[in-house]
Design a protein around this ligand. Structure first.
Ligand SMILES: Cc1cc2nc3c(=O)[nH]c(=O)nc-3n(C[C@H](O)[C@H](O)[C@H](O)COP(=O)(O)OP(=O)(O)OC[C@H]3O[C@@H](n4cnc5c(N)ncnc54)[C@H](O)[C@@H]3O)c2cc1C
Length: 429
């Protein structure tokens, strides 16, 4: 049944999907929306709470290319453009890249190179150091054997700032925010059964408060399994390393305008942040789980502390700096942390009503590629909310699907975070 516009809608989690959902619902005329989060926006537990995130439309899968192109269109509108930087995007492999990484680049390029929605002249193949230096003079390294392409119809979002802005707009339009202990959901509440299904009536929070609603939408990112344990049959919490280097104002001026550089077998980085002069870098890899006993089963859940990064990732980041920006190779890595997202085997999102329940939706399985969708994702959730079911097969809750850690576009092997050495002391769990 389509919810009436004044029914209470409870969104749990004010990260990328939660805020986008609140925005689309409130803009769609819903007047009674509450959004809960364990922390104020941007929460330190949101994968989107970061200086920047890549916005690009190349995918192995053309389905997401279309969605990302819709998102890029939105990022360029006056509503979002303060938070979008169209620097372009270099996607490459280095000399020792595994075949899988090279194949991913070929598939990504195939998805966009003749696409009619890209402006003419968007792409340039990059097969030599000369090519890189011609298009990206900011890079001073040797980048031996790097090959790939430059996509000019791409860039990045100023991530944490875009989340803050979305929250501010939602607040201004009447969405109610509850954060801290009162917003930290610890239990989904069910009332009576109806036709063999459990009726969701809301959630309980760490402070003991009960929030009731006619529809409850879980947007908990990597944390979704802590509240909805059976989703971990499809969603695995995994983490990746993030670090920064500090540039002087003169160095910022030299690196300004540099496209996002993503070397598939090493990692990626952005132009310096305009407020802080920090360059953000992240290591590429298959990700780290944290397998623990969760509601009687073994599942991966985010660690309680995200401080510090694995030593092997610090080495990857250092190699990336050495190859592309050797002038900064002795620079200290600062603000090192791991960032969690929820991976599915096929990198498809799950946006659906939870089976055998009434009034409970889940938006999960972001698979590390949802930030760019901030301007558009909420309308996908609104459609499911109103249709009463998910009509897009790939976004449905999947029963008994075989889980695999061999994600087609990720490089390397998944490891458990407890089995790797950290580059600096950190608390775990
Ligand atoms: C290292 C890294 C790099 C990435 N780079 C990119 C990129 O370049 N481009 C891109 O498009 N995407 C990128 N992503 C992915 C992107 O950040 C995620 O897909 C996106 O943030 C997922 O949104 P979400 O709403 O599902 O979860 P999140 O944004 O993580 O939000 C979840 C929210 O739930 C809250 N929460 C958790 N538990 C509770 C609870 N019990 N009660 C109340 N609130 C709770 C958290 O505080 C948080 O605010 C990257 C991810 C990682 C890890």
């Amino acid at each position: 049944m389509v919810p009436s516009k004044d029914q209470h809608i409870l969104i749990v989690g004010a990260g990328v999907f939660g805020l986008s959902t609140a925005l689309h619902l409130v803009q769609g005329g819903y007047t009674n929306i509450t959004i809960l989060d364990r922390e104020a926006v941007p929460s330190s537990h949101s994968a989107g709470n970061d200086l920047n995130k890549i916005v690009r439309a190349e995918y192995e899968d053309p389905f997401y290319t279309e969605l990302a192109l819709n998102a890029i269109q939105e990022w360029q509108t006056p509503f979002w453009s303060d938070f979008y930087r169209p620097t372009g995007y270099l996607l490459a492999t280095s000399i020792n890249a595994p075949q899988k990484a090279r194949e991913t680049i070929k598939k990504s390029f195939a998805s966009i190179k003749d696409h009619p929605r890209f402006p003419a002249g968007s792409f340039s193949p990059v097969d030599s150091l000369n090519d890189i230096k011609k298009y990206i003079p900011e890079l001073q390294g040797k980048m031996e054997g790097w090959s790939g392409y430059l996509n000019r119809y791409a860039g990045y979002a100023r991530a944490a700032k875009a989340l803050e802005y979305t929250a501010k707009i939602c607040l201004g339009l009447g969405v109610k925010f509850i954060t801290g202990e009162d917003g930290y959901a610890t239990e989904i509440l069910f009332g009576s059964e109806y036709k063999g299904k459990q009726v969701c009536v809301g959630v309980k929070t760490a402070s003991g408060l009960v929030h009731t609603a006619s529809r409850t939408i879980l947007c908990l990112g990597a944390h979704v399994g802590t509240l909805l344990p059976n989703v971990t049959q499809q969603v695995t919490a995994k983490s990746w390393a993030v670090a920064h280097i500090q540039l002087s104002p003169e160095e910022v001026a030299m690196m300004e305008g540099c496209p996002v550089v993503n070397c598939r077998d090493l990692g990626f980085f952005f132009e310096p942040d305009e407020d802080t002069g920090l360059i953000k870098l992240s290591a590429n890899g298959a990700g780290y789980t944290n397998i623990t006993s969760n509601a009687g089963t073994q599942a991966s859940v985010p660690t309680s502390s995200n401080e510090g990064i694995p030593k092997e990732d610090e080495e990857l980041i250092r190699r990336l700096i050495q190859e592309a920006m050797p002038q900064f190779s002795r620079r200290e890595l600062v603000n090192k942390f791991i960032c969690w997202c929820g991976d599915t085997s096929d990198s498809d999102y799950i946006i659906d009503y939870v089976p055998r329940t009434i009034g409970l939706l889940v938006v999960a399985g972001d698979s590390g590629h949802a930030f760019k969708m901030l301007p558009v994702a909420g309308k996908w959730v609104q459609r499911v909310l109103e249709d009463g079911e998910q009509s897009i097969g790939r976004w449905r809750w999947k029963y008994g699907k075989e889980k695999s850690d061999d994600i087609s576009w990720r490089v390397g092997q998944v490891k458990d975070i407890k089995d790797v050495e950290f580059s600096s002391p950190r608390s775990r769990m």
